[in-house]
Structure formats: C-alpha cells, structure tokens
Design a protein around this ligand. Structure first.
Ligand code: SF4
Length: 182
C-alpha cells in the first residue's frame, strides 16, 4: 500500500484532535472528489513499518483522541491487509484511542456483504473501528453544513453497535448512543 499524506493535528475528520492517514488508491472516481490524485494506487509513499512507528508516535500525546483513515479508499481489497496491520498495532499500544474510517463503499451492501476481498481480513478491520463514514461523495448532495461528511447520502455508522445488533446504527455523539436506520 502507498499513502498520500499523514496529518498529526486534524480536527475536521472525527471528534477531537486526531491523526489522519490518507491512503492511496480508490476505484470509486466520484465526480468532485476532493483528493483525485490519490485514486492512483502508486501515488505517494510506500507504507512501511517506519510509517506505522511514526503514526504510533503521533498518537502518543493524551490530547490526541485517535486515528482517522481516509483516502483514497481504505477498504479497497489491496489496502485492507496493511490497514489491519496498522490498526492491530494501534489497538495494542493505545486501546483507548478511537478509530474512524471513511469509505466510498456501503457498510451493509458492500463491506458486510464480503465483496471486498477475504472476509477474515475485512472482519478484523471492522473489529477495530468505532465509526465508519460510508458511501461515495455525491456532488448533487453536497452539504457544507454537515459534520464530518461531505454529502447527505453519507452515514456516520456506529460500527461496534451495528455489528452487535446486526442492523445499521447511526453514531450520535451528543447522546452517546445510536439510532437505527431500520
Ligand atoms: S471515495 Fe473518496 S477518495 Fe474515492 S473518489 Fe470518492 S471522494 Fe474521492
């Protein structure tokens, strides 16, 4: 896997101060994409153990609340193994830090359906996530007033609650509990 960039003080892509990793490679090609150069899987720099060590160091301060994965597309089958390797190490070092991910795939129809490579890898990746922002960016539904998402079709999904309850549970930070989509 390659990555485009890492931000160590991101306050726009999840709650609190976060480290953000923008991976390379995305097959969605959404019109109006904010990060078109990262569609190419070869864009940016190779993602190595040195990169992971840098991310672990960035996450260490107590004011950093967690990691956010963006792209590109973290759920592309060829990106998932490296993402799992990263998240496994983060959860071992900092179990209290939250993990958010943005994906152009749909949580229920694509990811849970097992369409994105070996299910064991996808399942482990999901096990580390707190919130998934799912769905492609849709220019016609662009809304700058939305928190943590670009278009109104995208959902903020409480992943642990959704897996536990076997339904899509929407993440709601102000209540600390989820709301079902069904
Ligand atoms: S999923 Fe994200 S990175 Fe991929 S084309 Fe759409 S907006 Fe761009």
């Amino acid at each position: 896997m390659n990555y485009a960039t890492i931000k160590n003080c991101d306050i726009a892509n999840g709650p609190g101060v976060r480290v953000s990793l923008f991976v390379s490679g995305c097959t969605h090609r959404c019109p109006g994409c904010f990060n078109e150069e990262a569609w190419d899987f070869n864009y940016g720099n190779p993602f190595t153990q040195k990169t992971i060590d840098e991310i672990l160091a960035m996450l260490k301060p107590s004011h950093v609340k967690g990691l956010t994965l963006l792209g590109g597309e973290p759920f592309e089958p060829q990106n998932q193994p490296e993402i799992v390797n990263l998240l496994r190490q983060i959860k071992a070092a900092y179990p209290e830090k939250s993990i958010w991910a943005f994906s152009g795939y749909l949580f229920d129809k694509d990811i849970l359906a097992g369409r994105l490579g070996p299910w064991e890898i996808t399942k482990e990746l999901l096990s580390y996530l707190d919130v998934l922002v799912d769905g492609p960016f849709v220019m016609g539904k662009k809304d700058l007033t939305l928190r943590f998402r670009g278009s109104s079709n995208q959902r903020l999904i409480d992943v642990p609650a959704s897996l536990r309850e076997e339904r899509v549970v929407i993440w709601e930070d102000w209540q600390g509990s989820g709301r079902s989509m069904k």
